[in-house]
Design a protein around this ligand. Structure first.
Ligand code: HEC
Length: 91
């Protein structure tokens, strides 16, 4: 979905992504940066690790980290997480 078509919550989530995730993940193109691209993350049944691609797993990954990914959710409140998830669903 083009950025110009994001609703307000998705647009806030894009800002959260830029701030918290973009240093390590591409969102709008494929290929790995430090971690895997998140393009189409919810269009597949599974995350790269094989865990189910759902909000609970993505939230847990953000809050607690996973493998080589550090926990990055410390500075985020519940609203930030919800907005971020809404954005990731547009990818
Ligand atoms: C410092 C770099 C870094 C940051 C910042 C980062 N990630 Fe990651 N992420 C990684 C790496 C590396 C992996 C691969 C982890 C592994 O499987 O060892 C990963 C994996 C993932 C996965 C796949 C998990 C799985 O089960 O396969 C998701 C989803 C994810 N990151 C989402 C995010 C989101 C959303 C943010 C921002 C809130 C974020 N990451 C911030 C480095 C990062």
């Amino acid at each position: 979905m083009p950025l110009s078509q994001l609703n307000p919550q998705q647009a806030r989530g894009h800002v959260v992504f830029q701030t918290q995730c973009a240093v390590c993940h591409y969102d709008r193109s494929g290929g790995s940066l430090h971690g895997p691209s998140l393009l189409g993350v919810y269009r597949k049944r599974e995350l790269p690790s094989g865990a189910p691609a759902n909000d609970d797993r993505v939230t847990a990954t953000v809050m607690h980290g996973r493998g080589m990914m550090p926990a990055v959710g410390n500075g985020m409140d519940r609203q930030d997480v919800d907005d971020l998830l809404a954005y990731l669903h547009t990818l």
